[in-house]
Design a protein around this ligand. Structure first.
Ligand code: PXP
Length: 243
């Protein structure tokens, strides 16, 4: 393909936690999480993300095993690496694990790692995952100066926490600056780049067009909310179009 037509393909991984939350509201199996995840992939998503939390209030540990059997694209498990989480990930062996520094009981992930402050904690955990052949991504603030720390603990990728970008989207040229700087530095150091949190139909296209080498976005809340209006098949296509 002539180089002027080359467009870096960013993968869309759909976070299905909200589907599990809806199911759990009634205690049965409606909607059927495994079927919805399979359909989302069939509609064009490149992968599925789950974020099991210690209280299992949305994704249950059993869901992760059930999904592993059906997910055909990339399977990404994200979460705080406590003992139970580490055991689950090593057992299921997804393509990627995304480590987030959530304190237990938090409503949603709302900050990246202080990698330097957790170096001794993170290093052996990352080594264990990598030894098992699982790619490791760290949820990070858009701060170019700490990308070296990610390399030094042995992670393969960063996931840029895009909450600030979404909040400041009205002034998007300003909001994107620190993300660009962080991504440029990460790429220079050989790290892959993912992004997620509060990405939406409205703000995704600009983010993807401004960040070179964006490997993957993981999107849950806005996509599932938009599906109420558009339907799942249509909404997966609309998000893919923006990438
Ligand atoms: N990335 C991480 C680390 C998250 O914790 C979440 C939310 O579970 C997401 C991405 C997806 O965010 P949203 O649901 O706002 O699209």
């Amino acid at each position: 393909m002539p180089s002027q037509y080359y467009k870096f393909m960013t993968k869309l991984s759909v976070n299905v936690n909200k589907i599990a939350t809806l199911r759990n509201a009634r205690g049965g199996n409606v909607p059927n999480l495994v079927k919805v995840a399979s359909d989302i992939e069939q509609f064009g998503a490149d992968g599925i993300t789950v974020h099991p939390r210690p209280d299992e209030r949305h994704i249950k540990y059993q869901d992760v095993y059930d999904l592993k059997k059906v997910v055909k694209g990339e399977f990404n498990i994200e979460g705080y690496p406590n003992h139970k989480f580490i055991e689950l990930v090593l057992d299921v062996k997804p393509h990627q694990v995304t480590l987030v520094p959530d304190p237990p009981g938090i409503l949603t992930s709302n900050q990246g790692w202080d990698v330097k402050g957790h170096e001794e904690f993170l290093k052996p955990i990352i080594a264990q995952f990598k030894q098992a052949g699982i790619r490791v991504s760290l949820f990070m603030e858009p701060n170019a100066t700490v990308m070296e720390d990610v390399v030094s603990v042995g992670a393969d990728r960063i996931e840029l926490y895009t909450g600030h970008y979404a909040d400041d989207y009205a002034n998007k040229e300003q909001a994107i600056k620190k993300y660009k700087a962080a991504a440029v530095q990460a790429a220079k150091l050989g790290l892959g780049i993912n992004a997620g949190h509060d990405l939406s139909l409205a703000n995704l296209a600009y983010f993807a067009s401004e960040i070179d080498n964006l490997d993957e976005v993981s999107i849950g809340h806005a996509l599932v909310s938009d599906a109420l209006y558009y339907g799942l098949e249509e909404i997966v296509m609309l998000y893919k179009e923006r990438l």
